[in-house]
Design a protein around this ligand. Sequence first.
Ligand SMILES: [Zn+2]
Length: 572
Amino acid sequence: MSKERVSYYYDSDVGNYTYGPGHPMKPQRMRMTHNLVVNYGLHKKMEILRPTRATKTQMTRFHSDEYIDFLQKVTTENMDNLVSHQNRFLSGDDCPVFDGLYEFCSISAGGSIAGANKLNKGESDVVINWSGGLHHAKKTEASGFCYVNDIVLAILELLRCHQRVLYIDIDCHHGDGVEEAFYTTDRVMSVSFHKYGEYFPGTGDIDDVGIGKGKNYAVNFPLRDGIDDESYKVVFESVLSHVMEWYRPGAVVMQCGTDSLAGDRLGCFNLSMKGHGHCVKFMKTFNVPLIFVGGGGYTIRNVSRTWAYETGVILNEELDENLPYNDYYEYFGPDYKLGVPSNNMENLNTREYLENIRSKVIDNLRQIPFAPSVQMQEVPRDFSSDEEEEEDPDVRVSTQQYDARVVPDTELSDSDDDDHRRDETNFKDQAPRSSRRTRKTSSRERNRSRSRKTAKPSNANEYSVKSEHVGFPLTGSSARFENDGSFVEEEEESSGKAVLSTDRHPIVRDGGAVKIKSEPDDEHKMDVDQESETEDDGDTQNVNEASTNNSPNQTPTPMEVQETEEQSTKKH
Ligand SMILES: [Zn+2]
């Protein structure tokens, strides 16, 4: 049993939706994942919750009212009408209108928002929502199978209680929607490892580091085809060690898109299940409140195996390599094993290339102050629900805690529909992002013609940043690739205090040397979201008991979360 309190959000309806025949995004993969989780018995080791569906009010904390209205109204019957007038909201074949689209989005977003709220209340240490992770959705536009950005909504919720939130993205595609939303703030750092170059969405270059106050708080690690476990581990650990030590986030959201696995239908990396899961394991070592969400992943037998495996990693549970009997057993033949092996594709990420990118990333990180803090100006708005509970007047809240609960309105990036808010004069040295990027145009993305918008800064109402002088012991080391291909971390004598000079800072880690080798690689995306009219913090009933009763002795049955009468009435 894990020491941490783990909360797992799942709505059994999520697997019922379909993007349509032939579409690579298959919500059924979440149901398959849950089926494996239950048949491995992992549901007994964590709290299983059915999230309250995200409401329109919750979704419009990031998205525009018009866009969410559109998602709520559009159906396969009226789409021709609506889309002809408002087709800027959807993009080609990637983001089709399908039955239940809005509900689907509200399930995905509901779980991530509820999870963030759970962490904020201190009721859980780690949250899982494999139905979330829809990182491409923009403020006024669906993109790459993603309609509502559950991640941005969850981060906004976390910012009520945490001064700094870290977002990590290990999907094969750039986490563009999340990066853009927080491109001008230092309160959210986004770190994305992704295929770059002739690949969707075309953004995420090494030089895209953020704008204004957000400069150097967007971290992009562009990769070539075929990256393997060993190389990925080196760059992931190196970058995240620096980030965790220097940025010191109060909470972390990690997008675990599985299209970075070997053999993905749209991906082009060569990670094994264990290599992918290692990133999850590594982030757990920092003992920071964590939300793990899903994302891309289009070879669904591998998606479900991996997310089940990573649920085990989160719970510190070793899973039998032979898959338990489950509802989708035939999908996992011929071996019926838990693993996803890497293959023999060439790794186009040479040592030199990786080291070059890694040192640029680390150099940029050295530009930021240690654990930047913010001075808050406003009373926090509760992002979990408008009519949520009043704060208990008997509970004492320190000034610091109180101050820490503000999200300035300027956090949200503007979208191009708000041209009147654009202020480019202050950022004229920054070329528009779209002009600096190439777009991948093959396969499903080929009809996407719109170029990406610049996250536009807003000057109003910004919080001020002050350097925080915090002394703490450091075991410094500096890591790099050697000429012989080995990756070394050199111990440095530390002054014992974090210094404020930002031109150079030591990284954490226990100093073990890691080796790296090179080898060979291809393409993808993702999506979702929906809503209901109910509001609350999204926590749903604990269904542990109910679900266990469900399973007959002989054959393990998928444990679906039980639906209460109350919830049934919310649906049509
Ligand atoms: Zn993806």
